[in-house]
Design a protein. Structure first.
Length: 320
């Protein structure tokens, strides 16, 4: 019986004659024939395969043109550090940086993770990430699109109550289809049905980026109330689970010291853990908002405008 090293040596010298070997069954000969053809394909076509695949050509199409299988082409791509697209990626209609949320290492990523905590949702079954806003704040969806290099459309939905032309019922929505993005967000604590179980993602967001995460959350689930004359007042309200709000206060205290505040339970008759954090002392509110918005590069325009107006209001009172 021929030995394995002898068979390897023979196949190396006889690309098409493996079956002629005495004592070698057809299945074994075919196996070693494929092995040698794989060596030849790697030696001759690796660079071409990598370029054509990166240009968007399928592994099957590349394989057919060079006399190889699509499986071998996939193997060569993986061996050289390439990413094999999933079926969902091949079917994708719109461009998207699917791994935008993989590692939270920039102000922009921390901010939009916070915004997703407030107003976003993930669906592991449908592999979708959804973010919706009232139409006047649709610019936030455009900012997220730009951040994650998405070409998906922002759609406007209107619900008619009485006058169908009323814009106050319009909602802007952005849907991103990506199993990888869903998995990354879930790994950072942005889970399905998160309303009553939100906690601060200490393990995901580095200390220098935590104020940006909080600003993103505040832009989604916080407010700067208007005064009696319709002008922004120096105060701030944030809605969330009691545990999450306590953790926000802890991060804030470590950065700028303790903030005077009160809690108000929303709908106590419902027996849940959603509450409101109120920062009503004007100087304390401006100190908190300054920490959030000072030198920020990404924010909700409407909230930034209210912060500036409320800070100016306090300044005018102190220095008329």
């Amino acid at each position: 019986m021929i030995t394995i090293p002898e068979l390897d040596s023979y196949v190396d010298a006889n690309l098409d004659g493996s079956r002629k070997m005495i004592g070698c069954c057809p299945a074994t000969a075919n196996f070693y024939g494929r092995k040698q053809r794989g060596r030849e394909t790697r030696a001759k076509y690796t660079q071409e395969i990598l370029k054509r695949y990166s240009d968007g050509e399928s592994t099957d199409a590349i394989g057919r043109s060079i006399g190889a299988t699509g499986g071998l082409v996939k193997t060569i791509v993986r061996e050289n550090g390439g990413h094999i697209k999933t079926i969902a990626e091949w079917k994708r209609k719109h461009a998207l940086n699917e791994r935008f949320f993989q590692t939270i290492d920039t102000e922009e990523k921390a901010y939009f993770l916070g915004f997703m905590y407030a107003d976003g949702s993930v669906n592991p079954v449908k592999k979708t990430v959804c973010l919706s806003q009232a139409e006047p704040d649709a610019d936030m969806l455009l900012k997220l699109k730009a951040a994650c290099s998405s070409a998906a459309p922002v759609r406007i939905y209107r619900r008619s109550h009485g006058d169908a032309s009323e814009n106050r019922h319009a909602t802007a929505m952005l849907n991103l289809h990506s199993s990888s993005m869903v998995e990354d967000l879930i790994s950072h604590g942005c889970v399905p049905n998160k309303t009553f179980k939100t906690r601060f993602p200490f393990d995901s967001v580095p200390t220098p980026l935590r104020r940006h995460f909080i600003r993103g959350y505040f832009d989604g689930d916080g407010s700067i109330p208007l005064g009696a004359r319709g002008k922004p007042m120096p105060s701030a309200v944030v809605v969330g689970t009691k545990e999450f709000l306590d953790e926000i206060l802890m991060v804030t205290a470590s950065a700028i010291g303790e903030i005077k505040h009160t809690f108000h339970v929303r709908h106590p008759e419902r027996n849940h853990n959603i509450t409101q954090l109120h920062i009503s002392t004007q100087s304390e509110a401006v100190r908190f908002l300054w920490w959030l918005y000072n030198d920020a590069s990404v924010f909700m325009d409407r909230k930034m405008s209210r912060y500036i107006a409320s800070a100016q209001y306090l300044k005018n009172r102190i220095m008329p």
